[in-house]
Design a protein around this ligand. Structure first.
Ligand code: ADP
Ligand code: MG
Ligand code: MG
Length: 883
């Protein structure tokens, strides 16, 4: 087996299509080398080695060492330096790189190969003592932390004390002698904490670092990230070993990161940050505030420090040439990492850049407009779930706001919540159902869970590419970073700015679009869905086969669904219309009545309300299909609870309260989910279904007459398990339809169908389709009844089931393809066999889940129906499924 792939000097053994083997970073380093770009030479140890390592008790393939030796020799041939040679040492970085990019999860060690001897040789060769000792102390710190598990803070503290004694504030104010002093102290820390001296042998250092990269694949942070992003542990990580280039060699050296387009807005502009005389992660770690790359950005940010464009114009011109080349080569926005050593630019990484949903839309539409990708590719580029970000509120520009401070607009959207200062507090609050804003000086990978639990994130340090900013954009959470004028006091639990002090628990609003930090709650605006959003949705609609409907019943929700592009109502839950204060008494009268006559009297009171509901619904939907489900929930959900409520109904009915109480108790059910509900109500109390059918048909006739549109009601009978149930109910509905047609003179084009939400119904779908003109898969109940899991009680154990891999994912979020999916597929086939033109839809939560939507496409379902806010997501997901 070939375990090691080399790159450098205009060629490479790998290429960008080998990311499974080489990891994303290694594959793209190889690709850049193949493109002839300036990449420091190096090699990639494959992900196969990682797999081998974990399958063989954390050991390496026997022939790996030899392969590494010859790859190191190949570096030497290009640089003229030798790894481990005390007189002419080659220094390297050891970098992890998994198949999917995992920002900040894995640890990189720089300047490896330095020891007490080689540091002197490096100083002599560079003619720069300070540079050599600065590199050495960085190495001890990084290696100590990543490989030897010595807490970063040990080194930080020593450095802080040293700077304080010397009376300086910045690292750049320390000279060679200072760093040499600190190297001595750093080595002592390592010896104290590990019981062993800092390793001086470069070979030992190298294998220690390689082992640490493979080891970090299984650290808690990496595991958590994989869990959140559905990355299988079996993928493994690669290790990249690469010749060092130095951004910390003085005023003509620098390190930086750049995006080929703005990752927040998608604007076509080189966008990024850099630091002169700095190394590696200095830019993102927020140690010093970075400088802008372009002059245009510097002017926009009113920075007094020069841009890269003016500070190092030649390197800047080279960066511009390369970024354009890389973007058109990869046909996507790139996220670049580079270092400039003594004026020469070196590329250290390129990858498809993470971006906000807003930017993703704009970039996809722009790239298609520029002819770099097709419209179908543009549709495929935008992750449907990410659209969620765009469908969220922003601050009303007219709202009064008390702006405390302004930081960097690191991730768009606005959010309000109670202040918390730790990720633990954020998680606790989330569990208790409270909304919080996580406020930190800066975030680290340990904060991922807290960021997840928060509505938004505020940091006082770090730039637009800081950890907080990158992770928040990925999560689609609002983030304001680098709010330097805000003081956070963790110990006191306070945040202060401009004389105002807020405490943990106080409400704070952040606007990730402007960077504003506002005390208290602020009025928000609904999102605007035009421009690129409309363009891309149009492209999606033109490739999509399945229709998208919405689950909605209130006029507000139905209108929202229409605005989001719903092509019908897939589920109107009539019971939601019964909770209105004016109606609930009549509903209760109906339920508690002794006999049919009593029920009919109560239902007569409800009829005009219900009819008016449907008039509004049909009017808004303008002739689009509307599926109305007959009353479904167990009746006890409507029962009065308090004595006052019971008294109210008793008075209205003219019966004693005690009698009512008895009747209510008689309706108690042990397992209402499987009890007296759904079609069972219509069988025992057909007058309820009749009232609802009458309301539907009268409303449809009225709207048809008034507007001239053909209203197409679809009456849906829930929880059917046998054809006989549906037969009995359909006769009643048809009779009412006929009566209403005679009364109004309008003959309606209506259908009667059923929900398939019980396994028996799915199994007997051929029978049921003899009566049903449509099926709508109620996958919430179908999942509950197929798995025998009550959704409301699943929380206790379902998490463990997915964590242990017993279930691939939460079956209430993503359809259980093998079980529930098999039943759906069976019912689709049987239903069509009986009635070839039967209309098939899905109306469970799954109708808005992209993975489940893909299943619906494969199964040949005609439409999905989901909550109004998910309609755009479903439109895009349905388009991607059809591609
Ligand atoms: P991450 O995956 O966290 O981005 P990287 O492996 O990209 O980690 O390393 C982080 C940073 O370290 C790089 O952006 C670069 O600035 C620096 N770096 C890595 N390798 C080298 C090298 N060979 N020479 C100079 N700098 C390097
Ligand atoms: Mg990193
Ligand atoms: Mg990197």
């Amino acid at each position: 087996t070939k375990w090691v792939y080399t790159f450098g000097d205009g060629q490479a053994e790998g290429a960008s299509n080998m990311r499974n083997l080489l990891g994303g970073k290694g594959a793209n380093l190889a690709e850049m080398a193949n493109l002839g770009l300036p990449v420091p030479p190096g090699f990639t140890i494959t992900t196969d080695v990682c797999t081998y390592y974990y399958e063989n008790g954390q050991s390496y393939p026997p022939d790996l060492e030899q392969a590494v030796e010859s790859a190191l020799a190949r570096i030497s041939r290009q640089t003229g330096k030798v790894f481990g040679d005390p007189a002419n040492p080659q220094l390297v970085s050891v970098r992890s790189g998994a198949r999917a990019s995992m920002p900040g999860m894995m640890d990189t060690v720089l300047n490896l190969g330095l020891n007490d001897e080689t540091v002197v040789a490096v100083a002599t060769a560079a003619g720069d003592e300070r540079f050599a000792w600065d590199s050495y102390r960085r190495f001890i710190n990084m290696y100590g932390n990543v490989v030897l598990n010595v807490g970063h803070h040990h080194f930080e503290e020593v450095l802080e004390v040293y700077k304080e004694r010397k009376g300086v504030e910045l690292d750049t104010e320390l000279d060679a002698a200072d760093w040499q002093q600190l190297v001595g102290q750093y080595k002592q820390i390592v010896e104290r904490e590990t019981g062993k001296p800092f390793p001086q042998d470069p070979k030992e250092q190298l294998w220690g670092a390689i082992g640490a990269v493979f080891g970090s694949w299984m650290n808690a942070r990496a595991i958590k990230y994989r869990e959140l992003h559905d990355i299988p542990a079996s993928w493994g990580t690669a290790v990249n070993v690469q010749a060092m280039v130095f951004g910390n060699r003085g005023e003509t050296s620098a390190t930086g990161v750049a995006f080929t387009r703005n990752p927040s807005t998608g604007e076509k502009e080189l966008y990024g940050e850099f630091l002169i005389n700095a190394q590696g992660e200095d830019v993102v770690a927020g140690i010093r505030t970075p400088q802008d790359i372009t002059e245009q950005a510097r002017i926009a940010s009113a920075s007094t420090r020069p841009s890269l464009e003016t500070a190092l114009p030649d390197a800047y011109a080279e960066l511009v040439r390369i970024y354009k080349l890389l973007e058109s080569h990869y046909r996507d926005m790139q996220d670049l990492e580079f270092t400039i050593e003594s004026g020469k630019l070196w590329m250290l990484q390129t990858r498809n850049g993470k971006r906000t949903a807003k930017a993703a839309l704009k970039i996809a539409v722009d790239l298609a407009g520029e002819g770099l990708i097709t419209q179908e590719e543009a549709v495929a580029r935008v992750e449907p779930a990410a659209l969620d970000q765009l469908l969220h509120p922003t601050i009303d520009p007219k709202a009064d706001r008390k702006v405390l401070a302004t930081g960097l607009p690191a991730s768009p959207g606005a959010a309000s919540g109670a202040i918390v200062f730790t990720s633990e507090a954020a998680e606790e609050a989330k569990k208790a159902g409270r909304k919080v804003i996580l406020v930190r000086v800066e975030t680290s990978p340990e904060d991922i869970h807290g960021m997840h639990a928060s509505e938004g994130i505020l940091t006082t340090r770090g730039g637009m590419t800081s950890h907080a900013a990158v992770v928040a954009r990925g999560m689609g959470k609002p983030c304001v970073s680098g709010a330097g004028s805000v003081r956070v006091d963790y110990a006191a639990g306070t945040l202060s700015s401009g004389g105002v002090t807020l405490r943990a628990g106080d409400i704070l609003t952040i606007d990730g679009g402007t960077g504003q930090i506002i005390a208290g709650e602020v009025k928000m605006l609904e999102p605007e869905l035009s421009g690129e959003f409309a363009t891309l949705m149009g492209w999606a609609d033109s490739v999509r086969r399945m229709k998208v409907r919405a689950n909605a019943e209130t006029p507000h929700d139905v209108r929202t669904a229409r605005n989001f592009g719903a092509e019908g109502i897939g589920l109107c839950r009539t019971e939601h219309m019964f909770f209105d204060a004016r109606r609930i008494i009549a509903v209760r009268e109906m339920i508690l009545a002794d006999d049919e006559a009593g029920r009919r009297a109560a239902l007569a009171k409800l009829l005009p309300y219900q009819r008016q509901d449907f008039v509004e619904l049909f009017t808004i939907m303008q002739g689009l299909p509307v599926t109305i489900r007959l009353l479904d929930p167990p009746l006890h959900e409507f029962l009065p609870h308090t004595d006052a409520e019971i008294a109210e109904v008793a008075e209205s009915l003219g019966v004693p309260a005690d009698k009512l109480k008895g009747r209510a108790q008689a309706l108690h059910e042990f397992n209402p989910m499987l009890g007296f509900r759904g079609v069972r109500l219509a069988i025992l109390y057909p007058e309820i279904a009749e009232m609802q059918a009458r309301a539907i048909f009268e409303a449809a006739s009225q709207v048809s007459k008034a507007t001239g549109e053909t209203v197409k009601p679809e009456v849906m009978v829930p929880l059917v398990m046998t054809k006989a149930e549906l037969d009995l109910t359909k006769v009643r509905i048809d009779t009412i339809a006929k009566a209403v047609a005679e009364e109004t003179g309008v003959t309606l084009d209506y259908q009667v169908g059923t929900m398939i939400e019980l396994p028996r119904a799915a199994l007997k779908a051929d029978d049921i389709a003899q009566t049903a003109e449509f099926f709508s898969f109620g996958t919430n109940d179908l999942t509950q009844t197929t798995l025998g899991i009550s959704r409301d009680d699943a929380a206790i154990f379902l998490g463990d089931y997915t964590a242990k891999g017993i279930l691939p994912s939460d079956p209430f979020v993503t359809i259980d393809r093998e079980g529930v999916g098999a039943l759906v597929a069976h019912a689709v086939a049987k239903g069509r066999a009986t009635r070839p033109n039967i209309k098939l839809g899905i109306c469970g939560e799954h109708g808005g889940d992209p993975a489940s939507i893909a299943f619906c496409e494969e199964t040949g379902i005609d439409y999905v129906s989901c909550s109004p806010y998910r309609v755009p997501i479903a439109r895009l997901a349905a388009a991607q499924a059809a591609l």
